[in-house]
Design a protein around this ligand. Structure first.
Ligand code: BGC
Length: 749
């Protein structure tokens, strides 16, 4: 009743102001803007400050009653109970003066109760459709629990598999990350975020966090402006263009200025250049951490930097309690506070929270972990796995074979879910052991071998070897526990943990076909391990439906279709290694490498020829970006261009015929790369500019066309965004290291 009355009063007031606006010569803006400004006009300074506060939820709603009723909290994070969410919303709506609803935020990163593959796995599907569909389900499940805002997608670009948070990225490429990030935003928010089942997305972490030095989480980042704009900012621009309602400022210190107080990135670029009108939330206590960074001395200074830079809401810390002092000292203007409050209220209106902040408590039983959600999770997991090797067509396996299933990831219901699983429950995980048992029955010989990935006891080896001896083929599931990747969990050594490689070596001695499946949160340095297996499937952490997705592929009901969204290095010493590296002034021909053991003793320095390489690893990665096999073979026809020239307002069409030359129906991810041969800043040796996923039956062919415009070739040269006249090479290929190029010129007319 109270709530109704309050809404009526607010609507009346809005009506009055709206009316007065239409009567003046002032132009009316959109209705949400009118409502936002009207509400701000009614707020006390304390109420405005309250909107900027995001608090970590704990305890009972009753514990927060006083603060909520006084309008001192604008948002909670980590509240994941529909009953509690409804109650805190009821308190603010009915008992606070203006009844402003709360944003309830949560890390819903790769699923809620139904857990999808880690984002790096999802990115391996190169499928914006699957990414959107997965996030739509995640949003629906989360919103049924009273959550109206997620801190995702994470669209940091990273070249460093040591970094634990690589698991949460879409990999190393700005274009692929842009496409998938925008799709995820759409999945969470839909076209109308106020629709039931939709929640606000948050593009994070703005910006450059993925470049933490040495892959050590939270570490310093140095990114020159051209690299920032050409790589790290691009996915964020795409997210802003996709209507992402919120952004999160990051933890890292960027070129000496912490990103949560960085005027250049947050104000000059995000607000002034991009005209972003969403809301910016800090990362956890990152405003306060400016003191720890050694950038600001006091919480008051920290608050000044952040509010001026444009961080609207402070997560977890309370530096913004000092805003009144800053105002009094004349260091900030109330207009700045109003701007932040407006950014926050705008989101609350766009989410429809003023119309209805409550969630139907019966909904969750209808929308969570449904068969449909689980089937979709199985499909996404299937699409995320990458076949790295398949000698003698070891895969797919025959369902009548005797199979030895071995390894610490065979029955790891918790670990298969991956890093961000606040709301995932291992009880819902279907493990590979369950699915292999379903397919094979008594033809399955199971022995775990090692209890968990870091287990260093050989106690289980004998049973594993015995199981293998009884079988026609060995399937060994190794990897990393989920806790070895994710936030703060960076590794300096990126090999298989524990003695998993030893178990592999012993099984390899048996001379039986050996299939290695790797479940991990990062691209591991598994060069030596791969040598010991006949087939290798990289499964990442596949989520709730790991088991069924894996057996779908292993037994050939579906063909693998994933491709790597990140370069696989031979070992950590090769990092950073990414496909769009520069040519250098002394590139190495991989065919003409001298390796460390071939160097004659007492050789003169010149004998190696002064080129850019490592004398142990050479100049090629373990697997290049874009790489992935399947059960069939595809042939790429010659690439044809519609013209040898692209003009400023013109279009260039590149076509290529793809043929399935094998015996199995499969999908292929066809990739378009371009090289700008000369630039006013040196240009990468390749850049992904497009991709298409096509399914072909055996013998089937399809002509694929990509369209290129001047905009696709644009880059930032340190002073401006431009497309420079000159020659370009173009590839349509199966990965970043294959194919023959054709050339064209861009003429600036
Ligand atoms: C992480 C964010 C996350 C936030 C809230 C931080 O530690 O860096 O990605 O959204 O916590 O849980």
């Amino acid at each position: 009743m109270m709530k109704m009355m309050k809404m009526v009063i607010v609507s009346l007031l809005i009506g009055i102001v709206l009316g007065s606006c239409t009567n003046t010569s002032q132009k009316t803006t959109d209705p949400i803007e009118e409502k936002v400004q009207t509400l701000i006009g009614q707020m006390t300074f304390e109420e405005k400050l309250g909107q900027l506060v995001q608090t970590n939820y704990h305890g009972e709603p009753e514990d927060w009653k006083e603060q909520l009723a006084e309008g001192k909290i604008g948002s909670f994070l980590n509240l994941s109970s529909v009953e509690y969410a409804n109650e805190v919303q009821r308190i603010v709506v009915e008992e606070s003066r203006l009844g402003i609803p709360l944003l309830v935020g949560r890390d819903v990163i790769h699923g809620f109760n139904t857990v999808f593959p880690i984002p790096l796995g999802m990115a391996s599907s190169w499928s914006p459709e699957l990414a959107e569909g997965a996030m739509k389900i995640a949003a629906r499940e989360a919103s049924a629990n009273g959550i109206n805002w997620t801190f995702a997608p994470m669209i940091d670009v990273s070249w460093d598999p040591r970094w634990g948070r690589i698991a949460e990225t879409c990999g190393e490429d700005p274009y692929l990350t842009s496409v998938l990030g925008a799709a995820m935003v759409k999945g969470y928010q839909g076209t109308d975020p106020s629709e039931e089942g939709r929640i606000a997305a948050c593009a994070k972490h703005f910006v450059g966090y993925g470049m933490s030095e040495a892959g050590r989480d939270y570490n310093t980042t140095y990114i020159p402006e051209a690299l920032l704009r050409n790589v790290h900012l691009r996915p964020f621009k795409a997210a802003a263009d996709a209507g992402c309602l919120t952004f999160m400022s990051a933890f890292n210190d960027l070129n000496g200025v912490p990103t949560s107080g960085n005027y250049f990135t947050l104000r000059t670029i995000l607000r002034d250049e991009w005209k972003y009108d969403g809301m910016v939330v800090s990362d956890w206590a990152s405003i306060q951490q400016q003191i720890v960074h050694g950038y600001t001395e006091t919480e008051t200074d920290a608050a000044e930097k952040s509010i001026k830079a444009g961080v609207d809401m402070e997560m977890a810390s309370r530096c913004y309690d000092n805003l009144p002092a800053l105002l009094e000292a004349g260091k900030i203007d109330v207009a700045l506070i109003n701007e932040s409050v407006a950014n926050i209220l705008r989101i609350k209106f766009k989410l429809g929270l003023f119309n209805n902040p409550y969630t139907d408590v019966t909904l969750k039983d209808k929308v969570i972990l449904t068969d449909e959600n689980l089937d979709y999770a199985r499909k996404v997991a299937r699409g995320s796995m990458v076949l790295l090797k398949n000698e003698k067509q070891t895969l797919p396996l025959n369902k009548t074979s005797k199979v030895a299933l071995i390894g610490p990831m065979t029955n790891a219901p918790h670990d298969q879910m991956g890093t961000w699983v606040f709301d995932g429950d291992e009880k819902n995980s279907i493990t590979p052991l369950t699915s292999f048992t379903d397919v094979l029955g008594k033809n399955l010989n199971y022995a775990i071998g090692l209890e968990y990935s870091r287990d260093k006891s050989k106690a289980g080896f004998a049973k594993a070897i015995a199981a293998a001896k009884k079988s026609d083929v060995i399937v060994l599931l190794v990897g990393e526990e989920s806790g070895l990747s994710g936030e703060a969990n960076s590794r300096a050594i990126i090999d298989l943990p524990g003695i998993q490689s030893e178990l592999l070596r012993e099984l390899n001695q048996l001379n039986k076909p050996l299939v290695l499946v790797v479940m991990a949160g990062r691209p591991l340095g598994i060069g030596a391990d791969i040598e010991l297996a006949d087939a290798v499937l990289y499964a990442w952490h596949p989520g709730t439906m790991a088991g069924p997705a894996l057996t779908d592929l292993i037994f050939g009901d579906y063909s693998p279709s994933g491709k790597l969204p990140i370069t696989f290095v031979k070992g950590a010493g090769q990092i950073p290694f990414y496909y769009y590296r520069k040519n250098t002034g002394k590139p190495t021909d991989p065919e003409r490498m001298t390796y460390i053991d071939d160097i004659p003793r007492n050789s003169k320095q010149l004998s190696l020829g002064f080129t850019s390489m490592h004398i142990d690893y050479g100049i090629t990665p373990l697997y290049p970006f874009g790489y992935g096999m399947t059960y069939t073979t595809f042939e790429y026809g010659d690439v044809k261009l519609s013209s040898k020239e692209l003009t400023k307002n013109g279009e260039l069409k590149a076509t290529c015929t793809l043929t399935n030359t094998g015996n199995t129906k499969a999908e292929e991810i066809v990739q378009l790369y371009v090289r700008d041969l000369f630039g006013s800043l040196t240009r990468p040796i390749k850049e992904l500019k497009g991709f298409q996923k096509v399914e072909l039956a055996p013998g089937e062919s399809k002509e694929l066309t990509f369209t290129i415009t001047a905009k696709d070739l644009e880059f930032y040269n340190g002073e401006e965004y431009l497309t420079e006249a000159g020659d370009f090479n173009l590839w349509i290929a199966k990965d970043s290291d294959s194919g023959e190029f054709v050339s064209f010129a861009f003429v600036n007319e």
